[in-house]
Ligand binder design. Structure first.
Ligand code: NAP
Length: 252
């Protein structure tokens, strides 16, 4: 078995973050899980003894600092961070979009991810043994699409942040990477459509989307590389997804 790691996962209550937690816990890694729906994290940790959790709202600086303070002892061993907390809100062009949605996306996907990373860096650097930071970006940050201006821009920010942070951390042994998924069947669309379950369901109909565990498998593969190997950036889509928005179901 791989040496057990100590990995923080944000957005661990659902989707990609939860799938990463499941996969990495099964391998015996020690995990610290953060999200706002702590009932979900509590249920997960009840059946996964190497895991613990804390309330974390990445849009709230006080919450980030409280999370760090509460978990200080555990964090001294931290050698991994998976930033999965994030969201898209709305599918309107900017001119008819809700300002509140814009602010929330920027607060969570950009300011939240940056601030969580900054707050955890002293711990990741403290033991001097290297580690991993894996940010979940999006295909939307690579290939812009109509109605995706703000969401795409937040994910483009995640990509640039990733590559520049790698430079800041040069020589420390901390690998910094970004995973940029296409359509993944999670609660992402339910959130994006403000809780409209029927519409969210339709987003994954008529083709075979990625599942959250497909992304978790990629993250696990990246973490499992020997220390001299960094997979800097991964763009991953369903085979049926041929652009940021188009799907053409495989007909084999
Ligand atoms: P999801 O199932 O809706 O999960 C989103 C996670 O983010 C939840 O655990 C949620 O936890 C957390 N989160 C949202 N706002 C938060 C906040 N303010 N503070 C802390 N946690 C917060 O969606 P997902 O697909 O797994 O999304 C995970 C990441 O993948 C996001 O960054 C998303 O942009 C990216 N992504 C998704 C897709 C896709 O098609 N699904 C494609 C490309 C990229 P709580 O609500 O409990 O706080």
């Amino acid at each position: 078995m791989q040496h057990p790691r100590y990995i923080v996962i944000t957005g661990a209550s659902s989707g990609i973050g939860l799938a990463c937690a499941q996969r990495l816990a099964e391998k015996g890694h020690h995990l610290l899980l953060g999200a706002r729906r702590i009932d979900r994290l509590q249920n997960f940790c009840a059946t996964h003894p190497t895991c613990q959790f804390g309330y974390l709202d990445v849009t709230d600086r006080n919450s980030i600092h409280a999370f760090v303070k509460e978990q200080e002892v555990w964090l001294k061993q931290a050698n991994g961070l998976i930033n999965s907390a994030g969201l898209a809100l709305g599918t309107e062009p900017l001119q008819t979009s809700l300002e509140e949605d814009l602010i929330t996306m920027v607060d969570a996907n950009v300011k939240g991810l940056f601030s969580v990373t900054r707050a955890l860096l002293p711990f990741l650097l403290g033991h001097g043994k290297g580690g991993d930071i894996i940010n979940i970006g999006s295909i939307a940050g690579v290939f812009p699409y109509r109605t995706g201006s703000v969401y795409g821009a937040t994910k483009a920010a995640v990509q640039v942040f990733t590559h520049a942070l790698r430079m800041d951390l040069g020589g420390t042994g901390i690998r910094v990477s970004v995973v940029e998924p296409g359509k993944v069947d999670t609660e992402f669309s339910l959130v994006r459509f403000h809780g409209d379950a029927a519409r969210a369901q339709k987003a994954y109909e008529g083709y075979r989307p990625l599942q959250a565990d497909d992304i978790a498998a990629t993250v696990d593969f990246m973490l499992s590389q020997p220390p001299h190997v960094t997979i800097q950036q991964v763009l991953i889509t369903a085979t049926d997804q041929v652009s940021a928005t188009d799907v053409v179901p495989v007909s084999l």
